[in-house]
Ligand binder design. Structure first.
Ligand code: AMP
Length: 428
């Protein structure tokens, strides 16, 4: 009997909201990585790497189950061993977990940690909102809950955006109070919104019961009119939160970092207390490039000791998109590379060894030894923007020499093979 053909075709497509980063985008990513790497040292943050998988329970304990991240966005799966794991959705909880697990509270306090890692959230995809994206995060954990650390986190993020020449940076900042003063505010907010309960969108009706602060974050058109007269959290802070916030703002003023007070900024991740902030580029309707805040209760909530902490993260894809949209020009990278060309079988045989000698001396060599014609090899060198070519033919093999040619000036010379490395370095 003839075998039935399988109708299941392989889908040649990356999962929705996830993308390949190819050579064409490399210069943006390289620039961002370089600036991140320099600033983390200059600002004295230690780079950490954490597993891409974490226990689902970690995030479920850290956050309210009604937050979008927990209720809708986590990639959760059961392993063959029966554990429930998630693809890491964000870096703050992970960093707090690593801080506790590795006893970093016994090292010098505070710990200044940073990361550059992929995150995964099952979100509705749209411009700037992906399901796999990368974050550069800066977190300060332990020590005192001094407001100067809030300013320092904002400062390093702000500086990173400045270094990347992002235009029209707008910092929005708010304080959402602490365990003592926030419940009072939430009661007032609830009382205010209850009057309009019937007119609220379905999500806000739920928020009214489960997470009243998020009522202020609703993007639904029909809920906007109620925001205007909602009680202002900044009027309801306790004296300790109020003076903490005031001094964060004073530090920012001292640093010359302009800010906009936004008393309705509450953030989606609900482990924050006191300072919360978001950074945008451009006016109304722009999407956030970075966000963060203080999270003094998080470590305790996930099983550690009380640990004051503050941090923030920058979305790398959004920075790349902003840099492209703003036509930010990257200085062209100087290509310090030679292109190796062979002519004929005898030369081809010798090529790999000569190339290997150059590479051992840390000289970058491009080649395509599978191509035979001189013309097509020269064409490829041009296409790659490499102006220095080495040409090895049969005559050169017998004479133990090689031609070094500058394609820009068309000047060339024949040099002994024994002097090849030094000669190439002179051209650089
Ligand atoms: P969050 O972890 O939600 O505080 O987000 C911090 C920053 O990460 C945001 O300001 C964005 O720049 C970036 N970000 C968050 N979610 C996404 C996403 N789904 N796609 C791309 N970037 C994101």
């Amino acid at each position: 009997m003839a075998k039935k053909k399988s109708s299941r075709k392989i889908i040649i497509q990356s999962p929705k909201g996830m993308r390949d980063i190819l050579a064409g985008d490399r210069s943006w990513w390289d620039k961002i990585t370089k600036v991140f790497s320099e600033l983390k040292d200059i600002y004295n943050f230690d780079l950490i790497e954490t597993p891409v998988l974490e226990y689902a329970k970690l995030f479920e304990t850290a956050m309210n189950k009604e937050t979008d991240l927990i209720s809708k966005e986590m990639y959760t799966f059961k392993t063959k061993g029966g554990d429930f794991l998630v693809l890491r959705p964000e870096g703050t909880v992970t960093t707090a977990r690593a801080y506790i697990e590795n006893n970093l509270s016994h090292k010098g306090q505070p710990q200044r940690l940073c990361y550059f890692e992929p995150m995964f959230r099952h979100e509705n995809t749209q411009a700037g909102r992906y399901r796999e994206f990368h974050q550069m995060g800066f977190e300060i954990l332990g020590g005192a809950n001094d407001s100067i650390y809030d300013a320092e986190v904002i400062q390093v993020i702000y500086r990173l955006l400045q270094e990347l020449k992002i235009k029209n940076i707008v910092l929005k900042i708010n304080s959402i109070g602490c365990r003592n003063c926030r419940p009072n505010y939430e009661r007032r907010l609830k009382a205010y919104y209850s009057k309009y309960e019937r007119e609220l969108c379905a999500d806000c009706k739920k928020r009214l019961e489960t997470n009243p602060l998020r009522l202020l974050d609703c993007k639904n058109e029909s809920c906007q009119p109620f925001k205007k007269n909602a009680p202002n959290i900044l009027d309801k802070l306790c004296s300790s939160c109020s003076s903490h916030f005031k001094s964060v703002l004073e530090y920012l003023e001292e640093l010359g970092i302009e800010y906009t007070l936004d008393s309705q900024l509450v953030r989606g991740l609900d482990y924050y207390d006191r300072t919360v902030f978001e950074i945008f580029s451009g006016g109304e309707g722009a999407i956030a490039l970075a966000g963060g805040g203080r999270y003094d209760y998080l470590a305790e909530k996930i099983g550690g000791k009380p640990t004051p902490a503050v941090g923030g993260a920058i979305g790398v894809e959004r920075i790349v998109d902003a840099m492209k949209a703003q036509e930010i020009i990257l200085e062209p990278k100087e290509i310090k590379k030679v292109f190796f060309i062979h002519i004929g079988e005898v030369a081809k045989k010798k090529s790999l060894k000569i190339i290997e000698e150059l590479r051992k001396k840390k000289i970058a060599v491009a080649e395509d030894l599978g191509r035979e014609s001189l013309k097509s090899q020269l064409k490829l060198a041009n296409k790659k923007g490499i102006h220095l070519v080495l040409i090895l033919g049969q005559k050169e093999v017998y004479e133990e020499s090689i031609i070094i040619r500058n394609l820009k000036t068309s000047i060339q010379e024949s040099i002994p093979l024994s002097k090849l490395t030094d000669s190439v370095k002179k051209y650089f």
